[in-house]
Design a protein around this ligand. Structure first.
Ligand code: GLN
Length: 517
């Protein structure tokens, strides 16, 4: 209600640059609101989707030269979509809670008629003839697509510095990386350029950027969200999920994108849950495990202090937090760096200059393949293709690939074992806050270590959420909750309870203006 009055004032003053005084003197602008707050205003016709879309396009216009979150903007398309939704609303059509909400997609999700590059030169001019299932689902929910977000090329990386086009910056500190590979998606939400965004997570690519940019990011259970139309990196690990400003939006977006899809053979045969029903502020009696392997050496003491604060809060609310052990954790990263490149080397074989994407002409077909792939792929992608091809080659297959699969099973069993007695686990999303631009760019092994806390979850196929929880020198800290397969509900419930109990989960101000902190 308060919000509604504020918005009416906002409107009467000329919508877009007025920042309002909120209770307690905090400020509020249109681009700082969540999808569920905006949905209320749209429903009451205090605001039109077109106005909201224009506000976001203006925000992009004023900050994206610094943040560089977008590879492609779809302004005209967005305004048309917004107008269409506004018309439907005027005609009294029943609309979804996300109808009219401006959002962005990572540039590895196919959008019919709209360039989809994977931030790679090899797909620089690729315009898909079809929509990914998530694109289609968000379209039918009536969301408005503002554009496609920058990423590490083919989702290989942890900082978005591996984009074939340009690096994205962290909106909280332009000297810092936004995390990766969904860095553009997380930065767009944090910089108030989009209300929410979708990312994909193969080893941490939703959660790490969520953590570094101070937003909520959920990697759903493998099979929960369709991968149809997601350009593949490592098919047995990839999952699409939301990046949002709070837990309620996370649940809303999940309800819009989850569910069985006959077009994806690995999609789970499940009904679409109403994830909002898990937004319950109650963790009483819940058993939360604290895996000791995630709290050891290498964790920044200030990050650890925030985690301890979160644990204290949960205990205060009646949860039982106890140390547990996942003994094979240390083998997860090396296993991942065999399995993911192995799958990638196979998936990326299709970029050969024949059917689509870049083609560099040459005297014969083999030279054409070589030139196309040499010029089209960046260094990190080439490194992964070589690693994967080596691990799969005859004579090495058993020693590397098969062994890594066996380790994967052990990692999964560790989780199965603790989940016999615990409802979920709590860890840092990353041992440190965002690092500086260029700090790890020339050192792939150090870069690979950024995902040490997130990778085991992908190997096990289970869901995991990153929630903002405080900041160190203006750079956000992320807390990771890990759950049982298809039990996203528990993660939403614990995350929501924390969100209700402390301001540490609230978005920090990013760039200038429009903060709600
Ligand atoms: N950083 C990890 C990698 O480069 C994870 C990336 C991802 O989740 N897509 O493989």
């Amino acid at each position: 209600m308060l919000l509604m009055k504020k918005m009416a004032v906002l409107k009467s003053h000329g919508l877009f640059d007025i920042v309002l005084e909120m209770r307690g003197g905090a400020s509020l602008s249109l681009t700082s609101l969540t999808a569920h707050e905006l949905s209320e205003l749209l429903d009451k016709r205090e605001l039109s989707s077109k106005e909201l879309t224009v506000a976001h396009l203006e925000r992009i216009g004023s900050v994206d030269d610094k943040v560089k979150a977008f590879t492609t903007l779809t302004a005209e398309h967005a305004l048309l979509q917004a107008e269409e939704i506004d018309k439907k609303r005027v005609h009294g059509e029943k609309l979804s809670p996300l109808a009219g909400i401006p959002m962005a997609l990572k540039d590895n999700m196919c959008t019919r008629g709209i360039r989809t590059t994977c931030s790679s030169k090899i797909l620089e001019d690729f315009v898909p003839p079809y929509d990914a299932t998530v694109t289609e689902k968000l379209n039918s929910a009536g969301t408005v697509l503002l554009g496609k977000c920058n990423m590490d090329e083919f989702a290989m990386g942890s900082s978005t510095e591996n984009s074939g086009f340009f690096a994205t910056r962290n909106p909280h500190d332009l000297n810092a990386v936004p995390g990766g590979s969904s860095g553009g998606s997380a930065a767009a939400v944090a910089a108030q350029e989009a209300v929410f965004a979708l990312g994909s997570d193969t080893g941490g690519s939703i959660r790490l950027p969520a953590s570094f940019c101070g937003v909520v990011g959920l990697k759903p259970t493998y099979g929960c969200v369709s991968r149809y139309g997601l350009i593949a990196y490592a098919s047995s690990l990839d999952q699409i999920g939301p990046l949002t400003r709070d837990m309620t939006d996370c649940a809303l977006v999940m309800s819009a994108i989850a569910g069985h899809d006959p077009k994806d053979s690995t999609s789970a045969p499940m009904d679409i849950p109403d994830y909002s029903k898990y937004l319950v502020n109650n963790v009483k009696g819940m058993k939360i495990g604290l895996p000791k392997e995630y709290f050891g050496a290498g964790i920044d003491p200030q990050v650890l202090a925030y985690l301890q604060q979160a644990i204290g809060k949960l205990e205060e609310m009646g949860a039982i937090c106890e140390e547990v052990s996942l003994p094979h954790t240390m083998y997860a990263l090396p296993a991942y760096y065999i399995i993911a490149p192995a799958e990638a080397s196979s998936n990326l074989a299709r970029y050969d200059g024949v059917q689509y994407g870049l083609r560099v002409e040459a005297e014969d077909i083999v030279s054409m393949y070589c030139k196309t792939r040499s010029q089209g792929f960046g260094d990190e992608v080439k490194r992964r293709i070589m690693l994967g091809t080596y691990a799969l080659s005859s004579g090495y297959y058993d020693a590397y690939y098969m062994k890594a699969l066996k380790v994967r099973t052990l990692v999964k069993r560790d989780f199965d074992h603790v989940f016999e007695n615990y409802d979920c686990l709590l860890t840092p999303t990353s041992p440190t806050v965002a690092f500086n631009h260029g700090e790890k760019a020339d050192d792939p092994l150090t870069m690979y270590l950024s995902d040490i806390c997130t990778i085991p979850v992908n190997l096990a196929g289970i869901p995991s959420l990153s929630l903002p929880f405080g900041q160190v020198n203006g750079r956000p800290v992320g807390l990771q909750l890990i759950g049982k397969a298809f039990d996203e509900g528990t993660l939403l419930r614990v995350g929501y309870s924390l969100e209700q109990s402390t301001n540490l989960t609230k978005p920090l101000p990013a760039l200038k203006g429009g903060s709600r902190a």
